[in-house]
Design a binder for this molecule. Structure first.
Ligand code: M6R
Length: 607
């Protein structure tokens, strides 16, 4: 998505600070980027470039910014209008006095644009954003906050808007609804950003703005209005342990994050499972257990949706509670039957996904019990849910979700065990699962040791243009997640199917150029998966088996990636790591940018 960054401080620093801020935010949206800086002499420089922030940096190299003390910058994920320089933010008002950057979508922009054109305003871009700056100029009454309240009243949609005034460069002002925004306070500098983590190391404390807030920041002061009133927002201190995430010796963040999975799986259970006494600890879950929940609905998108699908298996099998899983984009607009014995779980790595957030708000408005499984503390979903489990995966920079996924699944497993022990879960099963959880980090470490073997198999198939990812039950969900990884990282078409379902039509696609991955780590459905693999082989299709080392049906597969299995409920944790690496190596082989795949953004803050 688009991301905004603003700075006000020392002369000469504005361009450097804004560009550095954009680079820290770039993983979240990266079609194009632009900055605007101003100086006290009312000079205003706007520079834009298509592509990565580096292209923008190159363009700024020869410019003397020594007098510029304030600036705003933007990385764009195109919604309205193609990826062109004209559509890059910042956008200027008709007179060139005001300048704006925007994250979100102004839904009534066409109507506002027509009104402004009728008044003589000339548009230079195809964006929805440009209306905001012309409109601001059109209704400007000499007071930034007052004009902003009028602007907000005219706009429908979601927005994080940040403005500068060329004629008075001592302040930055704006508003937000639906799009994240924080004000950051350094010793002698002020910042605006879509994500406070882009400000770590620069600020002492920050304020998370709420929907509807209108703000104005100067070096000495700030005002936040909510409605017509001054809003009292808490200044939060940046924790001492919060650091800028470094790559270390890894070539990219995706690989680093894949290799962090043994550690994050220790972190996610720390203090929650006591392995010496096999006991579970969570005040939050104790409260949930007392609600007498009879049904669960899980709402999420993308990889988090897949975590929810695994959550369904765990909750149904271990806690004996029926579960629906709905993608948030669909949930939002479907009829809801919210009842007091139902729990709604919202899953999100970023905690900012707009459809998941909106869905949560709808359930809350109907007094439903809401619960978040979120990675980012302080994010909008974490704050709106008010209760839940943090996944403790740490900052995930790679756009393709990896370590966040395994920790989301771990949270579902923990929740299912917790509710299960109150709901008649068999003690032997409970112990078996706890014992296997204790072995998980080491089991994943040994998968990571097979990285080279996985690379060899992946590269053998790297020029294929289609893949099936097959499995049943838990492993079908892992097939779905593996298939998504391949699509987003390598840009190769793939489909996930229940292995038993293939023969009902899609097997017609199989030929020698159409490989399938069979996710088949063992368990009672393993022979069925092997039979499906036989059926594909009989039609000339190569099948790559993701199988246990002692699988008796090894001969069915053209290639195998073998691993030491745990119990079948926990094998998905291992299999997904293999599929993450499989997709990673194909993408790498094809020269893709694995951290920032094309057309994507790390968090999706527009509908
Ligand atoms: O931040 P969220 O978990 O709410 O994001 C939802 C999806 O956009 C996300 O999981 C996406 O599918 C992954 N980046 C894919 O790897």
């Amino acid at each position: 998505m688009c991301w905004v960054f603003g700075y006000i401080g020392a002369p000469g620093k504005a361009a450097r600070e804004v560009l550095a801020g954009l680079q820290r935010l770039e993983y979240r949206g990266y079609d194009s980027a632009g900055i605007c800086v101003i100086n006290p002499d009312k000079n205003l420089e706007v520079i834009k470039a298509v592509g990565k922030v580096n292209n923008l940096k190159v363009k700024t190299d020869s410019i003397d910014f020594s007098t510029y003390h304030a600036g705003i910058g933007h990385t764009r994920w195109a919604t309205h209008g193609g990826v062109t320089e004209a559509n890059c933010h910042p956008h200027l008002s008709q007179s060139g006095r005001f300048v704006v950057i925007h994250n979100g979508i102004i839904e009534n922009y066409a109507e506002l644009r027509d009104e402004l054109i009728a008044k003589g305003y000339v548009f230079h871009s195809e964006t929805d954003t440009e209306v905001t700056v012309h409109l601001f100029e059109d209704i400007f009454d000499g007071d930034y906050l007052s004009t902003m309240t009028k602007l907000v009243a005219k706009m429908h949609g979601a927005y994080g808007l940040v403005f500068l005034d060329r004629d008075n460069g001592n302040q930055i002002f704006g508003t937000k609804k639906g799009s994240p925004m924080v004000l950051g306070f350094g010793k002698t500098e002020r910042y605006i950003s879509s994500d406070y983590r882009s400000l770590i190391g620069l600020i002492d404390d920050y304020i998370i703005l709420e929907d509807g807030d209108i703000f104005l920041v100067t070096l000495d002061n700030y005002t936040i209005l909510s409605g017509w009133q001054d809003a009292d927002r808490t200044r939060q201190i940046v924790g001492e342990d919060e650091k800028v995430v470094e790559l270390g010796d890894f070539p990219n963040f995706m690989l680093k994050e894949v290799f962090e999975q043994p550690r994050v799986l220790e972190d996610v259970f720390r203090g929650r499972i006591d392995f010496s006494s096999n006991s579970l600890h969570s005040d939050t879950l104790e409260h949930i257990a007392m609600l007498g929940i009879k049904k669960v609905t899980i709402v999420a998108s993308g990889t988090s949706y897949h975590a929810g699908l695994l959550g369904k298996y765990y909750l149904e099998e271990l806690s004996n509670i029926p579960v629906d899983v709905v993608v948030s984009t669909e949930f939002k607009y479907k009829k809801k039957f919210v009842s007091s014995d139902e729990l709604y779980i919202f899953v999100s790595q970023s905690g900012e996904t707009i459809d998941t957030l909106d869905s949560l708000k709808i359930v809350k408005e109907q007094w439903g019990h809401v619960f978040g499984i979120v990675n980012v503390p302080g994010s909008a979903i974490a704050r709106a849910a008010g209760q839940g489990l943090f996944t403790r995966a740490g900052t995930e920079v790679g756009v393709a979700s990896t370590k966040a996924f395994v920790t989301q699944v771990a949270c579902f497993l923990f929740l299912s065990l917790y509710l299960g022990q109150k709901n008649g879960l068999d003690y032997r099963k409970y112990r078996e699962i706890i014992d296997s959880i204790a072995k998980l980090p080491e089991a994943i470490s040994s998968i990571l040791l097979s990285n080279e073997a996985i690379r060899k198999v992946a590269e053998k198939y790297a020029n294929s243009t289609n893949f099936f990812y097959l499995g049943r039950a838990h492993e079908l969900v892992i097939a779905m997640e593996g298939s998504l990884k391949l699509k987003e990282l390598a840009y190769i078409h793939s489909e996930a199917y229940s292995s038993g379902e293939l023969k009902h039509g899609s097997i017609a696609l199989i030929d020698s150029d159409f490989p399938s991955l069979m996710i088949n780590g063992g368990g009672i459905l393993s022979p069925k998966n092997a039979s499906s693999a036989e059926e594909i082989r009989a039609r000339g299709g190569p099948v790559i088996g993701i199988i246990a080392k002692d699988d008796p049906n090894k001969q069915v597969y053209a290639d195998v990636i073998e691993f030491d299995p745990l119990i079948s409920e926990l094998n998905p944790f291992l299999e997904v790591v293999i599929l993450q690496l499989f997709a990673y190596h194909i993408a790498n082989f094809l020269g893709r940018d694995v951290d920032k795949p094309r057309n994507l953004a790390k968090s999706v803050t527009v509908e």
